[in-house]
Design a protein around this ligand. Structure first.
Ligand code: AMP
Length: 433
């Protein structure tokens, strides 16, 4: 039989050793971190009754109209092979009722969309997702974004961008639709065929159309918030303020819509430049879903596992390659620095950072030799000057570059799962993100 015959279906892939190892490493990081935030794992069935997706995602959305694997099972029931995870989790929450009213759940698993396969777009792909059930709270949305960003940072990603927007409330929709329609009216002849149709079916989608002419037209439109009630605008402002408080750099992107019907208020997307044309690493938002007359509200996100791997390979190749965790060696000059380093050793180990120091209080030269022997990726050096200024000399053993850091700066940049980020030249300042 020709080997071609043995290939999996186009857009689907076998994941086997040795490649599976990076999947497992990332999965471990996900589980460990999400447990910290109080999330427990859920594994819902891959197949669902079709209404679960038709009702929640919306009948006119691309996923439902063009991409769902839909079939009749032998009993004549319409079945969907899940294209995403949120609707299934909401079905579970609706089923459990009160018991699940403030559930925090995450999932990792395969999703299926019958899209045209291309780089970064598969028919079977995998998502890591999380859902925090509960009514609209700006702090809950900000916490979700923060958790996702925390995961990306733990995995050593640095070059990602966070885009935020709002879908407002269902009460806003009639005014938003009318406002957008009026603003688009003069441009209708120039819109693409899809967008001309979208004006009547799903006008918001005109805003994120990929067609160049439509994009230019969309850029001239007033932001959707213009048409929303004050409460919806304030909700977005609150989320942005809290993100700032948590030191998360997010930008408002008026073109960000996230096509599905179930979204209300905050929507966001995280992009990464290493992903090429399919640069969306993750998407999320607050939603309200009614299934079998039960309404469930929550906030959640999903990130594409395959795309996450690409981003990790780009930003954190040592982790991706499964190299041993980095090692920091502490070097001191003088008794006070020695004792402070002993305390720092403990602080770092409590944080899961692999580190060591010479306990015999030998000369600097002997300590540096021990650092070399240990295979440390970086050395922290403290002597009288550093003790007086409250800083550390931080030396990257590979490049030899050395900079001064304070304790918070040091801790911020050392992460158990992450190789130590390369240092910029000292002119770039003390921070090395
Ligand atoms: P979505 O709900 O469509 O925004 O999907 C969330 C994330 O899943 C995206 O940001 C991508 O990282 C990933 N994703 C979605 N569709 C695909 C696909 N066809 N192939 C690979 N990854 C995908």
């Amino acid at each position: 039989m020709a080997t071609e015959e043995l290939q999996p279906i186009q857009g689907m892939a076998d994941i086997a050793p040795p490649e599976i190892k990076i999947w497992q490493r990332i999965e471990s990081c996900v589980r460990e971190l999400f447990h910290c935030y109080g999330f427990g794992e859920i594994r819902t069935p891959i197949l669902e009754k079709s209404f679960v997706f038709l009702r929640s995602l919306g009948e006119t959305t691309d996923v439902v109209q063009k991409e769902m694997y839909l079939f009749d099972d032998r009993g004549g029931r319409q079945i969907v092979v899940r294209p995403e995870g949120t609707a299934s989790v909401m079905r579970f929450v609706a089923l459990k009722g009160q018991e699940a009213q403030d559930a925090r759940l995450y999932y990792i698993g395969p999703m299926f969309r019958c899209e045209r396969p291309q780089a970064g777009r598969k028919r079977q792909f995998h998502q890591v997702g999380a859902e925090a059930i509960g009514p609209a709270l700006a702090a809950a949305d900000a916490e979700m974004i923060a958790m996702q960003v925390h995961l990306l940072r733990n995995l050593g990603l640095r070059n990602f961008n966070i885009h935020v927007n709002t879908r407002g409330l269902p009460e806003d929709r009639a005014v938003v639709t009318a406002g957008l329609r009026a603003a688009l009216e003069p441009h209708i002849p120039n819109l693409c065929d899809d967008c001309r149709r979208r004006i009547d079916t799903n006008i918001l989608r005109v805003l994120d159309c990929k067609n160049e002419t439509c994009k230019k037209i969309a850029a001239t439109l007033p932001p959707v918030t213009t048409f929303m009630a004050e409460t919806s605008r304030k909700y977005l402002d609150d989320v942005l303020r809290l993100l700032k408080l948590l030191e998360i750099d997010a930008v408002v992107n008026p073109a960000l819509i996230r096509g599905l019907d179930y979204y209300i208020h905050t929507v966001w997307e995280i992009t990464h430049p290493a992903l090429g044309s399919q640069d969306a690493l993750a998407g999320g938002g607050r939603y309200r879903i009614t299934l079998a007359e039960k309404t469930v509200e929550g906030v959640g996100f999903a990130m594409g596992f395959e795309r996450l791997i690409t981003a990790v390979q780009n930003d954190n190749p040592a982790f991706a390659a499964g190299e041993a965790q980095p090692m920091i060696w502490l070097v001191s000059f003088g008794q006070p620095a020695f004792e402070d380093n002993l305390k720092l050793l403990q602080t770092l180990r409590f944080r899961g950072v692999r580190c060591g120091m010479d306990l015999a209080g030998r000369s600097m030269k002997a300590q540096m030799r021990a650092a070399d022997r240990s295979g440390a990726t970086a050395v922290v050096i403290r002597g009288d000057n550093e003790m007086a200024s409250g800083t550390f000399q931080f030396k990257d053993m590979k490049t030899g570059v050395q900079i001064a850091l304070t304790l918070p700066e040091l801790l911020e940049n050392l992460n158990p799962q992450v190789r130590i980020a390369p240092l910029p030249s000292p002119v770039d300042g003390a921070k090395f993100q």
